[in-house]
Design a protein. Sequence first.
Length: 166
Amino acid sequence: MAKKMAKHQTKQLQYWLIKSEADAYSIDDLQRDGVTPWDGVRNYQARNYMRDDMRVGDLALYYHSNAKPSGVAGIARVASKPYSDATQFDKKSKYYDEKSSTDEPRWVLVDFEFVEKFDEIVGLPDLKANPSLEGMLVLQRGQRLSIMPVEKQHLEEVCKMAQVAC
DNA sequence: GCCAACGTTGGC
DNA sequence: GCCAACGTTGGC
């Protein structure tokens, strides 16, 4: 995989895929809430994408993992700049991190807002079966990252599969 | 529930 | 800095 590109400010939108277990927080939950802080991310690479690379307005495929069926359930949009994840300081939270400090928060997040719920989930087998999506990171075996970049044409292809304009 | 993949931790 | 052990993710 190519090395990450320089972290220059850019006005060009980027595209993402964000995973959530449907039991924990589904596209329906996001639709109900409208906007939500994407908290609980405890992987450095995923954090770095939010902290360094996301811009307000970026679109993201909303992926249900560990679901029946697993797949893309809709679209969300980055709705804030990065800021500190409050759950890292909450001793009652399962995301509490005793090694983080308020001076230098280890975990940051962005807000995501609801954009679109697909009528039907675009399932993982369908994604894998579509030759146009070849090379898409989420389809690579062993891929466990909960936040990853998506190429524009791949996002558009998934929207096409869902018969949605985006 | 199984297990492959892989990130993190900690002993040395 | 190596690497084994451990924990987590997530498809199946």
